[in-house]
Design a protein around this ligand. Structure first.
Ligand code: FPP
Length: 253
């Protein structure tokens, strides 16, 4: 397994002009539908279209990893019919999109707990991951029944199960057990829908990520909006704890 550098333990050699890893909270589907007098779930359907466009945009730009929050550990609290619609949507998307993704060379990963998913959904997830495992293009990670605290606790507990005698753990001990151990930390985080919070997404991994918020509702987030986010990112000075003067030697984008 590749070992990725930690933003808190190492200073990165360079900060990429094209983010290697983009993480997105796709918020605003319900409001988008409500504005059109449609049921909330209609917004989720259109959310899949917006996701397809963003996957293409990342692929074209050379982003290596795209991670999207499709369903949080806390989303089980939503009305039962909406939860059930979302589970059905995941099934449909896995069934209908996987060949198209495979043709584009996309590697699909689903991160989060699978304990509450139906056997059918777990089977499709496993098949989709296996089908695309050797692809070398964009890695698309869909976080489903994912929570940042779940991820950290799960990693600590799995680490301790392997090494019960350990009195203290380091970052290097825990990192291999995190759900996204196959990816570098995100360079750019995007949240649509106007809220400015992390909502228990990649709590560990977002330590030094640039955070971009937009009022656009997720179904309205297209190529132009994606490019705006990239342009904003390229104007950021990523200091990783250092001073601006220390960065003068390194060139910007
Ligand atoms: C947040 O909007 C969105 C979700 C909880 C679901 C996200 C799912 C998709 C975009 C569909 C993607 C599907 C797959 C299979 C990856 P919200 O419902 O909280 O909107 P609101 O804030 O306007 O109520």
């Amino acid at each position: 397994m590749a070992i990725f550098r930690s933003s808190t333990r190492d200073v990165p050699d360079d900060t990429p002009c094209v983010p290697r890893h983009v993480a997105i909270i796709m918020d605003g589907n319900g409001r988008w539908a409500k504005q059109r007098m449609m049921p909330r779930v209609f917004g989720h359907k259109r959310g899949v279209d917006a996701l397809r466009e963003t996957v293409k945009a990342c692929d074209t730009l050379g982003v290596e990893y795209l991670t999207v929050f499709a369903f949080s550990s806390e989303n089980w609290r939503r009305p039962a019919d909406e939860v059930s619609f979302l589970m059905g949507l995941f099934l449909r998307v896995l069934n209908t999109e996987i060949e198209r993704m495979h043709e584009r060379g996309i590697r699909l990963k689903i991160v989060g707990s699978r304990d509450k998913f139906s056997a059918e959904l777990v089977g499709l997830i496993e098949a989709a991951e296996a089908r695309t495992a050797d692809n070398t293009g964009l890695t698309l990670s869909i976080a489903a029944d994912y929570g940042g605290r779940w991820d950290v606790l799960n990693a600590v507990n799995r680490c301790l199960a392997e090494q019960p005698a350990r009195a203290a753990l380091t970052e290097d001990d825990i990192a291999p057990f995190l759900a996204m151990n196959y990816a570098p930390e995100p360079d750019l985080f995007i949240r649509t829908g106007g809220e400015q919070r992390i909502s228990n997404f990649l709590l560990w991994q977002l330590a030094y990520t640039e955070l971009y918020f937009t009022d656009l509702l997720w179904p309205d987030f297209g190529l132009g909006a994606f490019n705006d986010a990239i342009a904003w990112y390229q104007g950021r000075e990523r200091r990783f704890g250092r001073t601006s003067e220390q960065l003068q030697a390194t060139s910007g984008c």
